[in-house]
Design a protein around this ligand. Structure first.
Ligand code: EPU
Length: 417
């Protein structure tokens, strides 16, 4: 098992470029099944989660040509909607394939999907959503699900905002017959990006990026080229890293308008930065940073995927900060690891933690619990005294491409061993 070995407190500076968004690429891959024509995806991040999704498509017969940060997916040979293969069961984004495969084959079989261990991950919203759109869904002991028939349109109110369920129903409803109205949907930037691609290829969608989406089914969606938007979570992770390490760092190729909640928190804390059209520069400084309360929220609120990196930064701020994780109940358990490194954080319950800062962190041997908590551990290692060894870095590789190489280019002493 690979590890990252990090020497802490080495000054960081320079420029770091943001990759294409993992969570947009996963949806683009699903969109390739809507049409038998090949789809070329550019600005493509080759991270593990995305490779796993490509592997699932290969198990059902898709042909994939990989290039430099681009892939071409040809799904003309896909012959069934059978997603019971072990590769498909491992990842949660298999749920995005339901709609396109139903359109092509009228039946999809899948197992209960896996995914990050960050709390309960039920699929009730998907099941009820598909039923509302006219699809028959049979369950076998909650382990095997059979979706039958074609989407005929309908209305569905999301009882809880869900990013992937919004995208799954959008992909399902855009092709076929009938009008679909989805209410209380997610507004994350990956959703209007997907809708924009689909609309450019024949779909009739309005409202993507707001809380209600209206979709008129069309007989066919064509394929073409899909350019992935910059990864706002990666950009945010690098900005937090720069602030925590008091680095002079320009985070390039990002969309700052997707990071408003983080930048507002920086304003509160007193992080000096310059925002430009496609970059944000964090400036080196020796200010005392103020504490801040953060509460994760659906977009445009504070991104749950940045909660763990932000908590590491809050250990460097003066006073008490409350971290309130409202989306997932298993996303604070990395706090024990930070306390072992010298942080002073009280876990109040599965959703809330009180951070008392500032703390001097010390290097330790730890494991990466999941993608984002793993990135948080890297930031902790970079600012801690001494050496930190992080195990289970396959988790970090799931969401950050060649992280060690890119951090070395800005001065970090990080090696993959
Ligand atoms: N939920 C249900 N029932 C469902 C679906 C979701 O109760 O049928 C609940 C979840 O348990 C959770 C809440 O709804 O409490 C929100 O979950 P959501 O469905 O929005 O999460 P997701 O779509 O599975 C995506 C990202 C996550 C990101 C969340 C929240 C992708 C592939 N994943 O997950 O990204 O944390 O939205 O923004 O888009 C990551 O990149 O590290 C990551 C975990």
């Amino acid at each position: 098992m690979a590890q990252f070995k990090i020497q802490g407190q080495i000054p960081l500076s320079g420029k770091i470029s943001v990759s294409g968004a993992k969570n947009a690429a996963l949806k683009a891959i699903a969109a390739s099944l809507l049409s038998p024509q090949p789809l070329k995806i550019t600005n493509f991040p080759f991270v593990h989660d995305v490779r796993s999704m490509l592997a699932v498509l290969e198990t059902i017969g898709a042909r994939i040509t990989r290039g430099d940060h681009e892939v071409t997916i040809d799904t003309s040979n896909v012959a069934s909607g059978n997603l019971l293969d072990a590769a498909a069961r491992k990842i949660r984004t298999t749920t995005l394939l339901i709609g396109p495969l139903l359109h092509r084959f009228g039946e999809v079989q899948m197992g209960f999907p896996g995914g990050c261990v960050i709390g309960r991950r039920p699929i009730d919203i998907f099941i009820n959503g598909y039923r509302a759109l006219g699809v028959q869904v049979d369950e076998d002991d909650g382990e095997r699900f059979i979706f039958k028939g074609k989407v005929t349109g309908g209305e569905f109110f999301f009882p809880q905002v869900s990013v992937t369920a919004t995208e799954s129903l959008l992909l399902a409803a855009c092709v076929g017959v009938g009008r679909t109205i989805l209410k209380n949907v997610a507004m994350e930037p990956e959703i209007p990006a997907l809708a924009e691609y689909l609309s450019a290829h024949n779909a009739k969608i309005s409202g993507a990026g707001t809380a209600s989406i209206i979709i008129e089914g069309v007989p066919e969606i064509t394929a073409g080229e899909y350019k992935i938007i910059p990864d706002r979570v990666e950009a945010g992770s690098f900005l937090i890293m720069a602030a925590a390490a008091r680095a002079e760092l320009i985070v390039e190729n990002c969309q700052p308008e997707h990071l408003e909640s983080l930048l507002a928190t920086f304003d509160q804390i007193g992080v000096p930065y310059t925002r430009r059209q496609t970059s944000v520069a964090v400036h080196k400084n020796d200010r005392t940073f103020a504490s801040a309360n953060i509460k994760t929220h659906e977009y445009p609120g504070f991104i749950t995927d940045l909660q763990a990196p932000m908590t590491v930064f809050l250990t460097q701020c003066q006073g008490q900060s409350l971290v309130h994780e409202t989306i997932f109940e298993g996303r604070l358990f990395y706090i024990d690891l930070l306390n072992r490194m010298g942080a002073n954080i009280l876990l109040c319950d599965p959703h809330r933690a009180l951070v008392q800062g500032p703390s001097r962190l010390r290097g330790k041997i730890i494991d990466s619990p999941d993608i984002r908590a793993g990135m948080a551990m890297v930031i902790a290692g970079l600012i801690a005294r001494g050496e930190t060894i992080i195990g289970n870095i396959e988790q970090i590789d799931r969401g950050y491409e060649a992280l060690d190489e890119r951090l070395r280019r800005i001065g970090a002493e990080i090696t993959r061993v």
